[in-house]
Design a protein around this ligand. Structure first.
Ligand code: FES
Length: 254
C-alpha cells in the first residue's frame, strides 16, 4: 500500500501538481518511520532486533525504498526555507511550495490513519485452512507421562510429533529408522517463519522464502544458511521423552 501511495504521489509530483508536494513529504516521512521501525517487530517473530535489521538492510528493495523516502523528506525539509523566501516575495511558486507545520502534521496524520485502517483490515483473521501435509500430533502423546512430549512406544518412524519447547517455540520429534530420536525446532533459521513437514518428501519446508531442511535439520535448500536447532532429549525408563534444552539455538530463539 505504501509503495502504491508513493507511486501515485511521485507521478503527481513529477507533473508539478501543487497538491502533491506536501502529501509526498508527509507520506515519505511516515513510510520511512514505518520501514525503519519494522526492525523492532523482531521479537514478535522470536528474532533479535539486530538479526532482523541485518536481514532487512541486506534486501536491496528495502534499501532502495528507504533511501528514496529519506531523499524526499530531505529535499522537502531543505527546500522549505527557499519556498518561504519565495512566498514572502509574493512569488507564485513560493506560495505553491510553502507549507506550515500545521498542514504537514495534518497530512501526516491523514496518511497514518489510512495506514492504520489498512493494518486493521490486514490483521482480520480469515478461517484457517488445514495444511494437507502437516501431521497431527500422535495419539500416543496421551500415553506419555506428565511433562513428557511423547512416549517412544507410540512413535512411528518418520512421523513427527509436535510440541512446544520452551513455551511458544514449535518443535518436531522424529523417530529415525535406527530407533534413535531427533527433535528439531520448526522455526526456519532464515527469518524465523514456522516450517511445515512434507510427509511425501520427508522434508521441512519453509513457506516464507522456500528453504528446505532434511529430517536431521540440515539445510537442503536456502536462503536459510544455518541448520535447524535441535532440542536435547531425555528418555526415562518407561520410554517417556522429555525435552531438556536447545542446542545451537540460532537467530529465532531470543
Ligand atoms: S524465513 Fe525465509 S526461508 Fe524461511
Amino acid at each position: 500500500m505504501i509503495v502504491v501511495l508513493d507511486l501515485v504521489l511521485g507521478l503527481y509530483s513529477l507533473a508539478s501538481a501543487k497538491s502533491a508536494y506536501l502529501p509526498s513529504i508527509a507520506a515519505a516521512f511516515l513510510g520511512f518511520a514505518l520501514q525503519a521501525g519494522d526492525v523492532f517487530t523482531a521479537p514478535q517473530y522470536n528474532m533479535t532486533v539486530a538479526y532482523f535489521a541485518r536481514y532487512l538492510l541486506g534486501l536491496p528493495a528495502f534499501d532502495i525504498l528507504l533511501g528514496l523516502q529519506l531523499g524526499i523528506v530531505m529535499v522537502g525539509v531543505a527546500g522549505r526555507p527557499h519556498a518561504q523566501y519565495l512566498a514572502k516575495r509574493k512569488s507564485r511558486r513560493g506560495r505553491e511550495l510553502d507549507y506550515s507545520r500545521r498542514s504537514f502534521v495534518k497530512a501526516f496524520i491523514g496518511f497514518a490513519a489510512l495506514v492504520g485502517v489498512g493494518a486493521v483490515l490486514g490483521s482480520l483473521k480469515l478461517p484457517a485452512s488445514a495444511s494437507p501435509t502437516t501431521q497431527a500430533p500422535s495419539s500416543s502423546q496421551s500415553a506419555a507421562a506428565q511433562g513428557a512430549v511423547a512416549n517412544v512406544a507410540g512413535l512411528q518412524v518418520g512421523i513427527p510429533v509436535y510440541f512446544d519447547y520452551p513455551a511458544g517455540y514449535p518443535n518436531a520429534l522424529i523417530k529415525n529408522s535406527d530407533g534413535s530420536l531427533t527433535a528439531l525446532s520448526m522455526l526456519c533459521t532464515h527469518v524465523c517463519c514456522e516450517c511445515s513437514f512434507d510427509s511425501a518428501s520427508k522434508v521441512f519446508y519453509c513457506p516464507c522464502h522456500g528453504s528446505v531442511f532434511d529430517m536431521s535439520g540440515k539445510v537442503v535448500r536456502g536462503p536459510a544458511a544455518v541448520n535447524l536447532p535441535t532440542v536435547r532429549l531425555n528418555v526415562d525408563n518407561s520410554g517417556n521423552v522429555f525435552p531438556t534444552g536447545v542446542s545451537n539455538p540460532g537467530p529465532c530463539h531470543a
